[in-house]
Design a protein around this ligand. Sequence first.
Ligand code: OOG
Ligand code: NI
Length: 463
Amino acid sequence: MNTATKLHPDDVRAAFSRALSDMYKTEVPQYGTLLELVADINAEVIRRDGPLSTGPHADEERQRLGVERHGAIRLGTAEELATMRRLFAVMGMVPVGYYDLSVAGVPVHATAFRTTDEASLRRNPFRVFTSLLRLDLIDDVALRERAAAILERRDIYTARCRALIAIAEREGGLDAAQAAEFVAQALETFRWHHDATVDADTYRELRSKHPLIADVVCFKGPHINHLTPRVLDIDAAQAAMHGRGMKAKDSIEGPPRRGCPILLRQTSFLALEEPIRFVGAQGDGTHTARFGEIEQRGCALTPAGRERYDALLQQSREAGKTAPDKGRALAETFAAFPDDLATLHSEGLAYVRWQVPAERLASRERPAPGQSAAELLAGGWLAIEPLIYEDFLPVSAAGIFRSNLGSEGQAAYDGGGNRGAFERDLGAPVADEFALYEATEQQSLQAALARLAGAEATSTQAA
Ligand code: OOG
Ligand code: NI
């Protein structure tokens, strides 16, 4: 194995993310408009509020924002999912989290493929929400078997893509030429095909069960159904979308607007109606699958914070059923959630990144020895900033699915999630998002303490 000539997985991921974005721009021109709108708003917010981070990686954080996006695909079989895990591994992306959407009436479960390493996240945080259709939730046995048989016949990967994945696994990576070929081959799996693999009647029958089933089963591959740039002010973006004639979804998913943003807020514009060609006589039809989405990311919450978030969200949904203004009900319910980072941190509700303020590093003073992190924070020797949430929210995801698929289908499925089955199909366990945030916070604290100690050493020498 000669790793010296191998491209870093971060570079493969960055190249793939760029290629996918370019392809989607030509397939869905409104996505290009959305990117421009988001870039304008982000530049404005940074001008107004200052940089995203004041730490040692401020420039990288800024660059990261310019390329930051997530996509989503929906797969049909265990083999497709297991191979997708191996494909994403070539780009340094691993499955994080388990999302059960059946409770919200969407017959899928999912994970997010992303990179988990801090430096890699800064380089390119590209992530893909990847769901697997749960045929086991379809009660019509004949239809279920037909869908499974149709899926069995397709291969969503090119032969060369499979070969390159195997080479990467065997040789510990790809060289530059292989990586370029891999990006081009992998892109084929995400491409839109306007030829369906079934006749119009089969499509309609699957669609009447649930539009999602038709979307997964009737096509040659799991076309990327949206790519989502990260915006720093989603309310401004929502208004600007209306201004540019895009039909944005009427409400924003997730928490209300806050002084200290938490988790994830998302909105989308509705799916395009696209011409498709069915097998057989009555060939021409249309299908809606692809849409545009934007999101604003805030602070990651601890299990305690997340529990409180989920409870308040549920409470506001109950209140919203009778309230004339759902947005208002949401804002009023969330008044109970602390809205400044210091409190979120001290109450153990949010994860933070530890920094040493620049003026402290520069000064000759040093903290009295033996202080705890909390004491150093209170004394201004250490500072905290939000640790950005890198994952997804199941309730929001279900809302996004629903707003773009149409209203046919069930309100909910019984039986709940099945993480064990998902991990078996995936061929690996999914990582625990909370453990990742906890580790990142601890690493940032250790690094900040080391910098503080290093600063002491320097100022001692200078003195
Ligand atoms: C995925 C919807 C979930 C998000 O941002 O929550 C998602 C899909 O529609 O396939 O992308
Ligand atoms: Ni999305």
